[in-house]
Design a protein around this ligand. Structure first.
Ligand code: ACO
Length: 427
């Protein structure tokens, strides 16, 4: 018998098996806890709870390690493409050249949107946040692609996964086009996944759009860095929504809604807005003091992480990419200097050192995206675009798991005990 953990509940001892993963902390299997003891565990925010078994992504937050199917994120960002990383996440292994070509071709052939969806966009106000449009349009896909929503059929799951990955750049680019009052640009199958997205976003029908290779590479790398991140809030949302048997388009729309929040994907937008507010390095000490003040709601956006208690390995790649994009576009941004100085000051401040608060993926991404030409409101939409592959891979893994159950947490109830209804005239 493997390791067991003993729990003494009400004078009786119960044994709970300890499950071992391939790497990382062991987990205590408490599935029988309630049936045996009549008690639940209490873990708001799931800080000590493994909600599922997964073979996709591994994070060691203390060491700053992020692996996709075993491959370190730094190696993937350096040597892989977003399409190749997507294949890896979906299928478990790196593709052969033929497999990659077939996958890229399949994704390319699904990039167009049903023309009727253009009307859907027109229902939004021009100043709608792109994430509001993304939530609505992605959810609406379930009304257009009925032929791939039988989630018990692996072929349907595969087609809807491909559709979601393929259509997300078209959807995000159209959200941008709508906000600036320009016509939607149809996909161009000659271009790469990322080149196509840049053209659909920044191209106009009146002239040829030239994809700048260094920008295409940087954007593709940003997509790789955001592709998956274990059981984070939005991924857990997708899994929870999917656990009821909801169709994949609805599940991904739920993930997009969760990602929108400033504590999660919305932090890239918030981080750049914060850097703009700070402005010049001389103002940094004032904002550092505010971030440390418990009575001030201000936090250093792009700093801190639930899992990383070390430098987020994605932030390292991001910082390097800022310089590459600046060189390629022959631009610079004084906010980059402010960001570097802010990082230096924070990492030497006992508050941030003791709480192990380091820059996360969002700290530098806004500077790059802004240099490429994206407005801040698009930042989280780009995150959603890239994370879609992680969401669908995790959703597929969950549906394929024979042990899958509907997600249904319990609670510690602290409300009133049973009482009798009082008619309105007697209250
Ligand atoms: N600035 C100042 N103080 C902070 C920050 C910050 N950015 N982050 C955490 N702290 C402090 C908290 O006040 C808390 O202090 P206390 O122990 O004295 O109460 C301590 O550090 C621990 O923070 P928690 O909020 O308990 O940590 P949690 O794991 O719940 O939160 C989170 C993680 C939400 C990411 C938090 O660090 C944060 O709000 N950061 C800013 C937003 C951000 O950058 N989010 C992006 C995350 S990455 C992503 O989603 C892609």
């Amino acid at each position: 018998m493997g390791d067991q953990v003993k729990l003494n509940a009400g004078g009786t001892e119960f044994d709970y098996p300890v499950l071992k993963g391939s790497v990382g902390p062991d987990v205590i299997d408490i599935r029988k806890l309630y049936a045996q003891t009549g008690k639940f565990t209490y873990d708001p925010g799931f800080t000590s709870t493994a909600s599922c078994e997964s073979a996709l992504t591994y994070i060691d937050g203390d060491e700053g390690v992020l692996l996709h199917r075993g491959y370190p994120i730094g190696q993937l960002a350096e040597n892989s493409s977003f399409m190749e990383t997507s294949y890896l996440l979906l299928n478990g292994e790196l593709p052969s050249a033929d497999e990659l070509a077939t996958f890229e071709n399949t994704i390319t052939r699904h990039t167009m949107l049903h023309e009727q969806l253009a009307n859907f966009y027109r229902g939004f106000r021009r100043d709608a946040h792109p994430m509001a449009i993304m939530c609505g349009v992605v959810g609406a896909l379930s009304a257009f692609y009925h032929d791939s929503t039988d989630i018990s059929d692996p072929e349907h799951r595969k087609i809807s996964s491909h559709r979601l990955i393929a259509k997300m750049p078209t959807i995000a680019a159209a959200a941008y086009k709508y906000s600036v009052g320009q016509p939607f640009v149809y996909p161009d199958n000659k271009l790469s996944y990322t080149g196509n997205f840049l053209r659909m976003t920044f191209g106009v029908p009146a002239e040829e759009y030239e994809v700048v290779p260094a920008v295409e590479k940087a954007m593709d790398r940003i997509f790789i860095l955001h592709a998956d991140h274990e059981q984070n809030a939005s991924t857990s949302t997708v899994r929870l929504a999917g656990s009821s048997g909801a169709n994949p388009f609805a599940c991904i729309a739920a993930g997009i809604a969760c990602l929108w929040g400033p504590a999660h994907g919305g932090a890239n937008e918030a981080a750049l807005n914060m850097l703009k507010e700070i402005g010049t390095p001389d103002k940094i000490p004032h904002y550092i003091e505010r971030a440390k003040d418990k009575n001030d709601p201000f936090r250093l956006m792009g700093f801190g992480h639930r899992v990383y208690k070390n430098y987020d390995p994605r932030a390292t790649v991001m910082q390097k990419t800022v310089r590459e994009v600046f060189d390629a576009l022959k631009v610079t941004d004084p906010l980059f200097e402010t960001a570097l100085r802010l990082e230096e000051i924070a990492l030497n401040d006992p508050y941030f050192v003791e709480k192990k608060l380091f820059p996360n993926v969002d700290f530098y991404s806004g500077i790059i995206l802004s240099a490429i030409g994206f407005p801040t409101t698009m930042f989280t939409a780009l995150f959603a675009l890239a994370r879609t592959v992680g969401w669908v891979a995790q959703w597929n893994e969950m549906i394929s798991d024979p042990g899958q159950k509907i997600g249904r947490p319990r609670q510690l109830y602290t409300g009133p005990t049973q009482r009798d209804f009082v008619p309105i005239g007697q209250r």
